[in-house]
Write a protein that binds this ligand. Structure first.
Ligand SMILES: [Mn+2]
Length: 319
């Protein structure tokens, strides 16, 4: 576990020296990327400085009750205005398009917890051991002895609960639980965050899941539970990548299975596969994804191949 003390010091020093800072969230924003940029925005504004937040997609509706902020679309951004640009979470989904446009006199910082990130900033803070970027940013606040207000604790909790599936995934370490406890003491409304993030499924999401669950098949030989979603399903139910990822996670709860696979058709004749497993099942799904040219974590991985999903008598085939 990298402690990033050097980077945390440099980042805070750089923030203090910049009057206008841009915070960048990943496309298809989730609680972690939103929580990260909003927590940093609160801090930066408390110093009397300007902080703008940008993303290629709008703020998710379920976060409206926590913040009235909205993202600036990167296409209408005047990038040159910012001396410091900080990208938070999944930096290869959106920020990779911004990085080449950044001038030499501007400073970039990248904070992420995804494996195999190929881009770097002037300040690079990446370690997949962390549950979430919000956990890393919590450590940034603690290291620099910054005040964690009620607002900041709420934003950080949004990210940590989001990326740990409300403390259910294997990335829920004792350290994470300690942080959650501290954030709760500082006033983060845990019950409200849980119900806003997880207990508010759209009817279209439930219908999409229903279709996927109906088609689920178990392979007795290798313990795989698999299902498919066609392009038509995704369009009909306006599915988000998160809706699809959660199908793989729920399929994993079926007793006797070792891992789940959800295949989904995307645009341009691409089929995406998402593998999921649980620690106690003893399967490394990143190795399975690698067989199809993909990769990822031990317990969550994915791949992309060209083709179309065809239904056959005993399951599906990709042609
Ligand atoms: Mn994240």
């Amino acid at each position: 576990m990298t402690n990033f003390h050097h980077e945390f010091h440099t980042l805070n020093y750089t923030i203090q020296g910049c009057d206008s800072i841009l915070l960048f969230a990943h496309s298809g924003p989730d609680g972690d990327t939103v929580g990260s940029v909003l927590a940093l925005k609160e801090y930066i504004e408390s110093l009397g400085k300007n902080a703008d937040i940008a993303c290629f997609n709008p703020m998710p509706i379920y976060l409206n009750s926590f913040s009235e902020q909205s993202f600036i679309n990167p296409e209408s951004l005047d990038l040159a205005r910012y001396k410091l640009i900080i990208a938070c979470d999944s930096v290869e989904r959106g920020f990779d398009k911004i990085l080449p446009l950044v001038g030499k006199d501007q400073i970039t910082a990248i904070i992420d917890h995804h494996p195999d990130i190929a881009i770097a900033g002037d300040i690079t803070i990446i370690d997949p051991i962390y549950s979430s970027v919000c956990e890393i940013i919590y450590n940034f606040f603690i290291f620099n002895k910054l005040e964690i207000t009620r607002e900041i604790s709420t934003f950080l909790m949004l990210g940590i609960l989001g990326d740990t599936g409300i403390l259910q995934h294997s990335n829920t370490t004792s350290g994470v639980l300690g942080i959650i406890s501290t954030l709760m003491k500082k006033g983060a409304p845990m019950a409200k965050i849980i119900s806003a993030s997880f207990n508010s499924k759209k009817i279209s999401t439930l219908k999409l899941w229903g279709r996927a669950f109906e088609r689920a098949r178990i392979n007795e030989k290798n313990g795989m539970i698999a299902s498919v979603l066609t392009k038509k399903d995704l369009e009909e139910f306006e599915a988000t990548t998160d809706d699809i990822a959660q199908v793989a996670a729920i399929l994993n709860t079926v007793p006797g299975t070792k891992f789940s696979l959800i295949l989904s058709e995307r645009g341009d004749g691409i089929v995406k596969g998402s593998f999921r497993s649980e620690k106690y099942k003893g399967v490394n799904v990143s190795q399975l994804a690698a067989q199809f040219g993909g990769g990822g974590h031990t317990l969550a991985s994915g791949f992309e191949i060209k083709g179309k999903i065809i239904e056959t008598e005993d399951g599906w085939r990709i042609e």
